[in-house]
Design a protein around this ligand. Structure first.
Ligand code: EPU
Length: 420
């Protein structure tokens, strides 16, 4: 297993480009299954999760063409097997996103039930209930969700008990080809849901209200081909900005958008960062100062994103003062705390709150990545620590951060991949 060796105590300084958003690219690739004609998706990030989704489509017999710029052309009508097998779903929960589109377009779908997960139990009951409300017959048997519909799905009025991102996306995709009108109440408002809706509209779908908590979809009989570029990754953007703040550095991130990062930028401003923005860039400059500790509470968009929680915990470990970080989205998303403590961080866990008391400096240590964003927090900790940090199990990082060591090197970091 590859490891990352990080030499710390050096402010980050420089410019980098942000990749396309993983959590937009995954539902959009699944959405290509809805069209009758080829769909071309651009600005896909080069990540293991994207490769897994492409492999999943390929396993179903779908013909795909990928060019050197990671533009993928998908011909959904060439599909041969309406199954998402366990071997792939177990490596990536987002495989569940093919359920809605396959069922709506081809009348049938079998998708392995995703298993446990490092950050929480993460059930998919709301995906299943919503599709049932649209008239699907669903049986969970032998570890698989087996869904069928007699003719087209039917439009329905659906109230989501919990705000769920992929749940909203699955139902949104299914509703585009349903007969009649679907209303999704208490829908997720994440920028990635909006991006998916915009791509579906480019394919001929009739959708209103995306970005608000009520989405209305008037089903159409078919969707056509289109070309679509996925939006920039707000979590990758935020991660590099936090890394700059923690190391007292200056970083400009390009090809990104400030309007989808408001909650994160406000907290960085509170930490003492000087932030300036342009049409497609954000610059953060600490002017050499130590960050101030911040307190925050994660919640669905537009509140502070759970996917940025671990990185802020890492920044707080070396900040001035004490910050309380409350995680409300996932019940077990503090796996990084144990590892950060091994580097000298002072963190108390009380239920779903991490109370982080800033220390002057961390010390490098061998640490282990447990999930994607926890890994990012360990990289940030490695960059600020005195001495070397060796981060093990970095396959988690490769799921969500394109070329992390090259981008960090461009910012002057001492970071090297050790093949294992
Ligand atoms: N939930 C249910 N029932 C459901 C679905 C969700 O109870 O049927 C609960 C979950 O257990 C959780 C809450 O609802 O407590 C919210 O989970 P959500 O469904 O929104 O999460 P997700 O759709 O599985 C996406 C992202 C995650 C991100 C979360 C929250 C993708 C592919 N994944 O997951 O991204 O943390 O939304 O914003 O979009 C990451 O990129 O590192 C990552 C984990």
């Amino acid at each position: 297993m590859d490891k990352l060796l990080i030499g710390g105590s050096k402010p980050l300084n420089g410019d980098i480009r942000i990749s396309g958003a993983k959590n937009s690219a995954l539902p959009i690739l699944a959405a290509t299954l809805l069209a009758d004609e080829p769909v071309t998706i651009g600005n896909l990030p080069h990540l293991n999760d994207i490769t897994t989704m492409i492999e999943l489509l390929g396993r179903m017999g779908v013909e795909l063409m990928i060019d050197e710029k990671m533009c993928v052309e998908v011909h959904a009508n060439t599909i041969k097997h309406l199954t998402a097998p366990y071997e792939l779903v177990k490596t990536m929960r987002a495989s569940i996103l093919v359920l809605g589109p396959m069922l709506a377009h081809f009348g049938e779908a079998e998708v392995s039930l995703p298993g446990g997960c490092a950050i929480g139990s993460r059930p998919v009951d709301l995906h299943i209930r919503g599709l049932e409300a649209m008239g699907a017959d669903i049986l969970v048997e032998g570890g698989y969700i087996k869904a069928k519909t007699n003719g087209r799905l039917k439009g329905a009025h659906i109230y989501m008990d919990t705000v769920t991102v992929t749940g909203t996306e699955n139902l949104l995709m299914a509703a585009t080809l349903a007969d009649g009108k679907t209303v999704i109440e208490n829908a997720a408002r994440e920028p990635e849901v909006i991006d998916l809706a915009e791509c579906l509209i480019a394919m001929g779908a009739d959708i209103r209200g995306h970005g608000s908590s009520t989405i209305e979809i008037n089903g159409v009989p078919r969707l056509h081909g289109c070309r679509y570029n996925v939006l920039p990754d707000r979590v990758e953007t935020g991660t590099y900005l936090v890394a700059a703040a923690a190391t007292r550095g200056r970083v400009r991130v390009k090809d990104t958008r400030e309007d989808i990062l408001e909650a994160v930028l406000l907290k960085l401003d509170e930490a003492g960062a000087h932030i300036s923005t342009g049409p497609d860039w954000i610059e953060l400059d600490m002017k050499g100062a130590r960050p101030k500790a911040v307190s925050l509470r994660t919640a669905p968009y537009p509140a502070f994103p759970t996917d940025m929680q671990a990185q802020f915990v890492a920044m707080n470990t070396v900040a001035e003062g004490t910050g309380a970080i409350v995680e409300t989205v996932f019940e077990n998303r503090f796996m990084h705390v144990q590892e950060l403590r091994r580097m000298g961080a002072k963190i108390k866990l009380e239920g779903n709150t991490a109370i982080v008391e800033g220390v002057e400096s961390l010390t490098g240590a061998p640490v282990m990545a447990t999930d994607l964003r926890a890994s990012a927090s360990l990289v940030i900790a490695g960059l600020v620590a005195e001495g070397d940090t060796l981060v093990d199990r970095i396959y988690h990082i490769d799921r969500g951060y394109e070329c992390i060591e090259e981008k960090m090197q461009l910012l002057g970091a001492k970071i090297r991949r050790l093949p294992g």
